[in-house]
Write a protein that binds this ligand. Structure first.
Ligand code: ATP
Length: 867
């Protein structure tokens, strides 16, 4: 603890801080936040963009153009145009970078943690950033400690401090001894995870004064990893850059050798071709598409924590999901109960013989009544909330019961044990042990009516009810209340309750949609096999060809046995969180991409191991959220499937941008090289090439990232990790486009120069410029829609229409306005020339559409996985 925070530590009264104290401390200490990485100054950002390979080449071109203007009387056109292009490139880069940063920062703010605490004599929930020194907060298993704090009360509190110490074994904590120097075991530290028990702690240091704050600068230095798609695109860009460099070199050599141009002139055209052919806007389009995907997913209740998850979620093959709360509503209601005395009865019908079961359930319970936004609400585990509601209906309450029979010890519920135990003091001094949990985990005395109990349990489970059984015993006044081994055995059977937790209404449709998209849905649940199977059938996860197994069957299998049969298993029941990691790995071993949901502390390793770890926003622990790549703010399975569609849209848009940018870039290289080889010289001047690069490539390419998903996006199988980026016909389409543009531009150049004029290269250049620029802008409509163009094609993404219109007007004005035309060395075209421009610009879209119809006709139905 820092010196400063130690001095601050003074015990806060049990009622917590008052509003006045909080306000004073907030203004004194500021918010409980770690300072973000220092903002990068503008000049550094500009420098970063100038260091980029295309900018460096452009800078070199400016130097050359200036040299030519001064020493070779070449005029200042090139210098001015290339400088403008460099400035535009840097400004666009800066703008796009900052908008991507802004949307990510906004998202970060959305996933900020909260803390439960006590202020003004009330239990409250506040944003962790609003905590001040002196605040009293409750910590529970699964919480992330929101500030450095001193432990005031605790029950079996254990904390994982790996983030600070690197040691992953949990450390036990004890209460502040109220004397001497505070020792480590009396304190908890910000950023560490509560892995067991609960506690009341008092905040001692916040923000940068915490131990985590001191190492925050180190944490800021961690590099972000590139996503698989970014990796594939980097690879493609490198090849393209090498190809562009080679094209530039060939042009340079040819214009020196065959056309007797000066060194400076040859270098200039070579460099310009290289710049024009490098798809430098591609990385920016990828970042924008991903961050746009992040935003759209957030609008649909899926908060992305790592940007790469946007892409991965679009390609998942398997979604392994918890049942309770994700597939079901997590709104549990006790519908029936059973006791040896009463047999099975409806919950509303509770004779005296059933009262004992109700009382025991009420005592072994941690659900609390809290005031939230002025209204009374029962909060806690949904199973326990159902019990408190039942108590309420029967005119009783936890408080009343605990007053009569106070709790003296607790062994909390844990998903591995699937039960919890509490010990209470009876009025005669003896102790009452209550064990509540899964029927098959209760260790009942042999004399108890186990057979009839089993039958009642199976009846409940077959009707998709969750079953909670209760055992109890009375022990001597002086027995050790924490001897759990002894306490949990030889129990008397009080009875059991059946709880209904209806499936979420939208889940069946989402499961069907996932199936159509080639995605398998796998249910993982702590519930009983019979209950789990009944629900899985109801929502369409399980059919007659598929298997459902239990955690103990899973544990008996070796990794290779599991790998062999994992494809057929759709339900894992009575599993522990530790089994989840094996399920993830088995799927990954057969090459599948897996999304896995989780909410508890023990789920964190599986969430990390999954390709997309998904934590529940409402019921999830902070630890699970911290380990996840995505957080569902509505805890809903259907949201995962919506996120898949969004992820696929992002991927598809990036692929469309690749198709749009790279096909024409190849055509530019071929055009320049072939034309020079056949002795026509360069069919475009350096500045004309560069203008096409900005107006016809950059602007429309940018708007592709705004395309909505195509209607058939969920009718295709997921894209495999090892599937080439050029697969699914992309390579073929790019070749067709490059060949079309090469032949087309060479033809219009020849027509302009030799037929429309008498060897006037300016007429040829003007035609090439217009057909290349307008043609590639128009055929974006054939690229953006994988189905044949219809009126609808022009209705989606209106921004693209406006962007294209603007670009087209700029392109036309460059050749029509006399000053600009002369400045850029264009010719004024006669009417036949404009006719050629019109027809020529429509040819590429026509060719692509014909190809689309031909390939769509012969393409077989996409192969579907059997699921
Ligand atoms: P899912 O994995 O589908 O989300 P879950 O995580 O709620 O389900 P667990 O919490 O592991 O599953 O619950 C498994 C079993 O433990 C339940 O069937 C029930 O019998 C028992 N159980 C659940 N909650 C409690 C509780 N609060 N106290 C005692 N026993 C419980």
């Amino acid at each position: 603890m820092s010196q400063k925070s130690e001095l601050l530590f003074k015990l806060t009264p049990e009622s917590g801080l008052t509003d006045a104290e909080i306000e004073k401390k907030l203004s004194e200490f500021g918010p409980n936040e770690l300072l973000e990485k220092q903002a990068v100054p503008l000049y550094k950002k500009i420098w970063h963009h100038l260091k980029d390979i295309s900018s460096l080449v452009l800078l070199l071109a400016i130097v050359l153009a200036t040299y030519m203007a001064i020493f070779q009387n070449g005029g200042w056109t090139k210098t001015i145009v290339i400088s403008l292009i460099l400035i535009i490139n840097v400004v666009i880069g800066l703008y796009q970078e900052s908008s991507a940063e802004k949307s990510l920062a906004a998202l970060k703010a959305m996933s900020l943690p909260t803390a439960n605490g006590r202020r003004n004599n009330h239990d409250i929930t506040v944003a962790a950033s609003e905590l001040v020194p002196g605040d009293l907060i409750y910590l529970n298993t699964g919480d992330q400690v929101p500030a450095d704090a001193v432990v005031l009360k605790e029950t079996n509190l254990t904390v994982d401090e790996a983030i600070l110490t690197g040691e992953s074994l949990p450390v036990s904590k004890t209460c502040y001894r109220l004397k001497g120097h505070l020792s480590d075991d009396e304190r908890v530290y910000s950023g560490t995870a509560v892995v067991g028990g609960r506690a009341l702690v008092q905040v001692s240091a916040i923000g940068m004064a915490t131990e985590l704050g001191k190492i925050a600068n180190l944490l800021n230095k961690t590099q972000k990893r590139a996503t698989p798609l970014q990796g594939k695109l980097d690879h493609l860009s490198k090849w393209m850059t090498a190809f562009a460099g080679l094209g530039g070199l060939i042009i340079f050599v040819l214009s020196m050798g065959m056309q007797n141009k000066t060194l400076a002139e040859s270098l200039m055209i070579g460099l310009s071709l290289a710049v024009a052919a490098v798809p430098e806007t591609l990385p920016i389009i990828v970042t924008i598409s991903l961050s746009r995907g992040v935003k759209k997913m957030a609008d649909r209740n899926a908060i992305i924590r790592h940007i790469g998850a946007v892409e991965t979620i679009g390609n998942v093959d398997v979604v392994a999901t918890d049942k309770t709360g994700t597939l079901t509503q997590n709104k549990m209601t006790i519908t029936e109960y059973w006791t040896p005395e009463t047999g099975i009865k409806k919950a509303a019908d509770l004779p005296k013989a059933g009262q004992n079961l109700l009382k025991l359930l009420g005592l072994a319970n941690n659900a609390k009544i809290m005031e939230i936004d002025g209204s009374r609400e029962v909060v806690g585990d949904a199973t326990e909330v159902a019990i408190v509601n039942w108590l309420h209906q029967q005119g009783s309450s936890r408080q009343e019961l605990e007053k009569e029979t106070p709790r003296i010890a607790e062994d909390p519920f844990d998903s591995n044990k699937k039960m919890m135990t509490t010990v209470h003091r009876l009025s005669d001094g003896r102790q009452l042990v209550i064990v509540k949990g899964a029927w098959d985990r209760l260790q009942l005395d042999k004399k108890e009516p186990i057979k009839t109990g089993q039958k009642a349990h199976d009846d409940f489970a077959k009707n998709a009810l969750r079953v909670l059984a209760v055992g109890y015993k009375v022990i001597a006044a002086n027995a050790d209340p924490t001897n759990w081994i002894e306490n949990n055995s030889n129990l008397k059977l009080a009875g059991m309750v059946g709880l209904i937790d209806p499936p979420r209404p939208e889940v069946s449709r989402a499961v069907t949609k996932a199936k159509q998209a080639g995605i398998k849905t796998v249910m993982i649940t702590g519930d009983h096999l019979v209950t789990a199977k009944a629900i899985a059938r109801e929502i369409g996860i399980l059919d007659s060809n598929q298997k459902a197994i239990t955690g103990s069957e899973l544990q008996k299998m070796t990794d290779s046995e599991l790998k062999d049969c994992i494809k057929d298993i759709r339900v894992f029941a009575r599993v522990s969180p530790s089994d989840k990691i094996r399920i993830v790995q088995a799927w990954q071993d057969i090459g599948k991409t897996v999304a896995m949901t989780g909410d508890g502390v023990n789920d964190a390793p599986a969430l990390k191991a999954a390709d997309v770890g998904i934590a529940m926003g409402k019921t999830g622990t902070e630890v699970a959220k911290e380990a996840a790549d995505m957080i569902l703010t509505d805890d809903n399975f259907a949201t995962i499937i919506k996120a898949v569609a969004e992820g696929r849209t992002v991927y598809q848009n990036i692929i469309k941008a690749v198709e749009f940018l790279i096909g024409v870039n190849f055509a530019q290289i071929f055009l320049m090289v072939i034309s020079t080889i056949i002795g026509w010289g360069a069919p475009l001047l350096a500045e004309q090439l560069l203008i096409i690069n900005v107006l016809a490539d950059g602007i429309p390419g940018f708007f592709i990232s705004k395309e909505p998903g195509e209607p058939n996006i969920m009718d295709q199988n997921p894209i495999g990790n090892d599937e080439s980026i050029l697969g699914r016909g992309l390579m073929q389409r790019m070749i067709i486009r490059a060949v079309t543009f090469t032949i087309l531009t060479l033809s219009v150049y020849a027509y302009g120069r030799f037929i429309l004029s008498t060897n006037n290269s300016q007429v040829g250049m003007t035609l090439v410029f217009l057909v290349l620029a307008l043609g590639s802008m128009i055929d974006i409509y054939a690229i953006k829609d994988s189905q044949p163009i219809t009126v609808q094609t022009f209705k989606t993404n209106k921004m693209l229409n406006w962007g294209l219109l603007l670009s087209m007007m700029l392109v036309l004005s460059l050749t029509l306005l006399p000053r600009l035309r002369q400045f850029l060395h264009f010719a004024l075209l006669p009417v036949q020339g404009w006719l050629v421009v019109l027809i020529g610009s429509l040819i590429p879209v026509f060719v692509l559409e014909v190809n689309k119809r031909l390939t769509n006709n012969i393409q077989m139905e996409p192969e579907k996985n059997s699921c």
